[in-house]
Ligand binder design. Structure first.
Ligand code: KG4
Length: 354
């Protein structure tokens, strides 16, 4: 793996978290995230103008905090990396403006990074406290990347770092978005993924079997809107009958989660039948879910009996959610493929790979 060991200040404001980090190669020296969850809670989702205003207020203190936590001064930073997209246009703008300003003031190279690539390489990030000379177990390629979050759900074939091919992606909602919407129907608050994970532990998923989407098509695409509609009808019926008690809510949470994860593992099985991979990389907010990790490991064992295929996940849940450390690590791990710039155009619908 070629890498750039410069000290990088990284910034991500793609959605509703204001994030800055200091990284060096794949090592995370700090990873600061100012969450806007409370601000958006009343809307049950992210409200773009509210997000922009909050980013504007948070960005300078978040950068200062990232430098302080990393114990480096602005003068020691050697390059700046910023998320160019995909994301909300008004939100992206704030991070890009701050990154450009910092790079200009310190006369530093600036890297424009794809947020999705950040989620992919988040599994390669390493904590500072590990022996500085210790190197990460070298990734084996081809790997399959799964980015499963509130804004994205996709399968990416990784031939090498920087060389990506999207095999399939969601045709409608993202997996986390589906869980959030079901959570909203059940009044579980926002974001609902972690609450659903907790409730699912005491729930009986088999009480409410969910349909398995897109079984008739051979593609590796995903679709979650049918699961959401199924949940809506189910919940409306139970509510009308006055049967929405606490155990039923837990059972519904377990069932919805099982439906979403079964769809993911089903499409993973199909992908593994067609592509021989050496590792599976899991990133994005939903990657924090322990049940999902277990199911993916089980799928790998069944698909490749006798062959050990590692599931790589970020070393901390903080790297699953939107964060800037993954943006710095992306810049640090693939320097040869990056051109530096002084200005970055935001690309809200930026794609990855083909
Ligand atoms: O990557 P992320 O922070 O940002 C977006 O792309 O939105 O992901 C947030 C998503 C939300 O949908 C949230 O409900 C989900 O990740 N999530 C989880 C868990 N933790 C966060 N879903 C399932 N289980 C979890 N433990």
């Amino acid at each position: 793996m070629s890498r750039n060991d410069s000290l990088i200040l990284a910034i991500d404001t793609s959605c509703d978290d204001t994030a800055a980090a200091v990284t060096q190669g794949s090592t995370v020296l700090s990873n600061i995230i100012a969450s806007q969850t409370e601000l958006h809670r009343p809307y049950g989702g992210v409200f773009p103008t509210v997000a922009k205003q909050a980013h504007r207020e948070n960005i300078a203190p978040v950068i200062r905090n990232a430098l302080r936590r990393a114990r480096v001064s602005a003068e020691q930073i050697e390059a700046v990396a910023v998320t160019q997209g995909p994301g909300l246009a008004p939100a992206l703008e704030i991070g890009i403006a701050a990154a450009q300003e910092f790079a200009q003031q310190q006369s530093l190279p600036l890297y424009a990074i794809n947020h999705l690539e950040g989620h992919l390489v988040s599994v390669l990030a390493q904590p500072r406290k590990r022996n500085a000379t210790a190197t990460l177990a070298q990734p084996k390629f081809p790997a399959l990347g799964m980015i499963i979050s509130g804004g994205n759900s996709l399968f990416v074939l990784i031939e090498s770092l920087g060389n990506y091919q999207v095999l399939g992606s969601t045709l409608d909602d993202a997996a986390g978005e589906c869980l959030d919407k079901v959570g909203r129907m059940l009044n579980l608050g926002y974001p609902a993924g972690p609450v659903i994970e907790q409730l699912a532990r005491t729930g009986n998923a088999e009480r409410f079997p969910f349909p398995l989407p897109l079984t008739a098509v051979k593609t590796f695409d995903l679709s979650f809107s049918g699961l959401k509609t199924h949940a809506r009808k189910l919940i409306a019926g139970l509510e009308a009958e006055g049967k929405l008690d606490l155990q039923t809510i837990a059972d519904l949470a377990a069932a919805a989660q099982a439906g979403v994860f079964r769809h993911l593992t089903y499409k993973l099985e199909r992908t593994l039948a067609e592509y021989q991979i050496e590792e599976l990389w899991l990133g994005g907010g939903v990657a924090a879910n322990v049940q999902l990790r277990q199911q993916l490991r089980a799928t790998l064992r069944t698909a490749y009996p006798g062959k050990q295929v590692q599931l790589r996940v970020p070393y901390t849940k903080r790297l699953c959610m939107d964060n800037a450390a993954m943006i710095g690590v992306a810049a640090g791990l693939t320097p040869s493929q990056r051109t530096t710039t002084t200005t970055v155009d935001r690309i809200p619908r930026l794609k990855i790979g083909n």
